[in-house]
Design a protein. Structure first.
Lengths: 101, 167
């Protein structure tokens, strides 16, 4: 039995929504970064599902690019977290409102 | 139900449950990171079922192997205390979640079945290392090279940001 594309897209939408809820409601900067990773994984799953439906590996290339960007984002993001903790002794986003208007 | 379909639904459910465990766990950030590992590995199994073998291997190596290790390293380095949900926005987030879920379910049920292609039988070497590598080094060689520049910039940026200031 082939898995219908609707179910793949549904799973990807669920992961994306869970990640978005985490990014919006958590206050720990590290958990927010993890939630963003979850959203990227939801998008990756949609790419893989559509790649199989259209029988083309181009979607897999896009997933590789997303993985590269995610790795770069994590490296820079956690560098910022460490620099922030060194200055503020906190990773709570509500303690960091310097750029808030 | 065939074995690949069983694996898809089993590990898809595992990915969703562990993603929820990651987002809802406010006591322990290390446990959140371990839930993220479970999500990544479950998604790798889903990728194998969907024929993306190279992507599945990279998912385990890069996400479960490297990214989550960096997360755990930073969590243990900073020695974090208990986290809480954002209080002032909690009601707004719940309302937005209900609206988003209902709207998404409606759009999903109404629109998606009419426009999606049906899945055909896929060739044996679909998603293999050879097929993806051929596409990567023929059609997508410029993005591939640019991504190496991006990684270099990210490495330099991370080192500069995390470096201890020496006065």
């Amino acid at each position: 039995m082939e898995i219908p594309l609707e179910h793949v897209i549904g799973l990807s939408a669920m992961l994306f929504a869970i990640g978005m809820v985490g990014a919006l409601t958590r206050r720990n900067l590290i958990v927010i970064l993890m939630s963003i990773e979850l959203m990227l994984n939801g998008a990756n799953l949609a790419f893989v599902g559509f790649a199989r439906a259209w029988n083309s590996v181009d979607g897999h290339i896009f997933v590789l690019m997303v993985i590269v960007v995610a790795a770069a984002e994590v490296a820079v993001g956690l560098g910022i977290v460490i620099a922030l903790f060194r200055n503020r002794e906190s990773v709570n986003v509500e303690d960091v409102s310097l750029l808030r208007w | 139900m065939s074995a690949p379909a069983v694996f898809f639904y089993l590990f898809g459910a595992a990915a969703v449950i562990s993603a929820l465990a990651m987002v809802l766990n406010v006591r322990n950030t290390v446990a959140s990171a371990m839930s993220l590992v479970v999500t990544m590995i479950s998604l790798a199994v889903v990728y194998v079922v969907l024929g993306a073998h190279l992507v599945a291997a990279l998912q385990i190596m890069v996400y479960a192997g490297a990214i989550v290790v960096v997360f755990l390293f930073v969590v243990m380095l900073l020695n974090l205390r208990r986290d809480e949900f954002s209080q002032p926005r909690e009601r707004l987030a719940k309302l937005a979640g209900v609206v988003f879920a209902l709207g998404g379910a409606f759009a999903f049920l109404q629109l998606v079945p009419q426009s999606l292609p049906t899945v055909q039988a896929i060739p044996a070497d679909f998603g293999s290392y050879a097929a993806v590598g051929r596409a990567l080094y023929h059609d997508f060689v410029l993005p591939f090279e640019v991504s190496s520049l991006l990684l270099l910039a990210a490495i330099v940026g991370a080192v500069v940001l995390a470096k201890r200031r020496i006065s």
